[in-house]
Write a protein that binds this ligand. Structure first.
Ligand code: SF4
Ligand code: F3S
Ligand code: FES
Length: 274
């Protein structure tokens, strides 16, 4: 039996499933669109490598891999690891911008590799990938997060209350909740702290994330330890070390207004009122 010719009706049937904006799209234009979206291309990653068992100094190595425009930089790193050099070491967990474990310096800017599309990183030239600055490098793109977490722990990042356990939930008005809504979004990725020039020059500075972590509870109407936290941040290495350079705000992948939160803590210290 002869193969059936594709009929005009069949085309109409397929068309019916397209959004109306694309139904009328001329064939050539649609072809170009599909090419743009699906065309794979080569990307060269210039990665800063350091293996404490072999190297005395970090060094750069280049890797070229084929990617799709919709791939993330994390996908490109996986390709390098799985197809070229299995010794490349980096952290990642969720791959969806939630766990905060794959913050790194991409083209000189702190970003999450899983939230960075390769088409947005000027892939025509080399893309540099390095560990975040200001924390000791353990291996390749992995830094020792302990100094960062130590600063976070020191501001008491938990609810402090006294008296008997309540028999029902602690109520709060929408306005009271709104005061610390922004700082609840922190995923502890360290992109802010490791983009701060004050933190680079003085590792004793608490860093913006610790202040964000404190802000989260200082302005929570249910908490009773605001005074204690403010006293901790009144330290020589506390909020007053901030020079309002805004790097932290620009670096935050969660869009938290980090510098604004720091200013609010400074104001609370000056007026001794939250
Ligand atoms: Fe990351 Fe933003 Fe939290 Fe800083 S404030 S640790 S940049 S999520
Ligand atoms: Fe540093 Fe952010 Fe202040 S980058 S100086 S903590 S505004
Ligand atoms: Fe979890 Fe990127 S891997 S935030």
């Amino acid at each position: 039996m002869a193969a059936a010719e594709p009929s005009a009706n069949a085309e109409h049937t397929q068309d019916a499933f397209l959004p109306s904006s694309r139904r009328e799209m001329p064939e050539a234009e649609e072809h170009r669109r599909l090419e743009r979206v699906s065309k794979s291309f080569d990307i060269t990653l210039k990665i800063r490598r350091f293996d404490p068992d072999r190297d005395t100094e970090p060094h750069w190595e280049n890797y070229t891999v084929s990617v799709e425009p919709t791939d993330r930089l994390l996908d490109a790193l996986h390709k390098v690891k799985w197809e070229i050099d299995g010794s490349l070491t980096f952290r990642r967990s969720c791959a969806h911008g939630i766990c905060g474990s794959d913050a790194m310096r991409i083209n000189g800017r702190n970003r999450l590799a899983c939230k960075t599309l390769v088409r947005d990183v000027n892939a025509e030239s080399e893309v540099t990938v390095e560990p975040m600055k200001g924390l000791p490098v353990l291996k390749d793109l992995i830094v020792d997060m302990e100094p960062f977490f130590e600063a976070y722990r020191s501001v008491m990042p938990y609810l402090v209350t006294s008296g008997n356990e309540p028999t029902r939930e602690r109520l709060q008005t929408p306005e009271q909740r709104e005061r610390f809504d922004d700082t609840t979004k922190c995923i502890l990725c360290a992109a802010c702290t490791t983009s701060c020039p004050v933190y680079w020059s003085d590792g004793e500075y608490f860093g913006p994330q610790a202040i964000v972590g404190a802000h989260r509870f200082i302005f929570d109407s249910r908490d009773e330890a605001a005074e204690q936290r403010l006293e901790i941040l009144n330290d020589r290495e506390g909020v007053w070390r901030c020079r309002t350079t805004f790097n932290c705000t620009e670096a935050c992948p969660r869009g938290i207004e980090v510098t604004k939160a720091i200013q609010e803590v400074k104001r609370a210290l000056i007026f001794r009122r939250v």
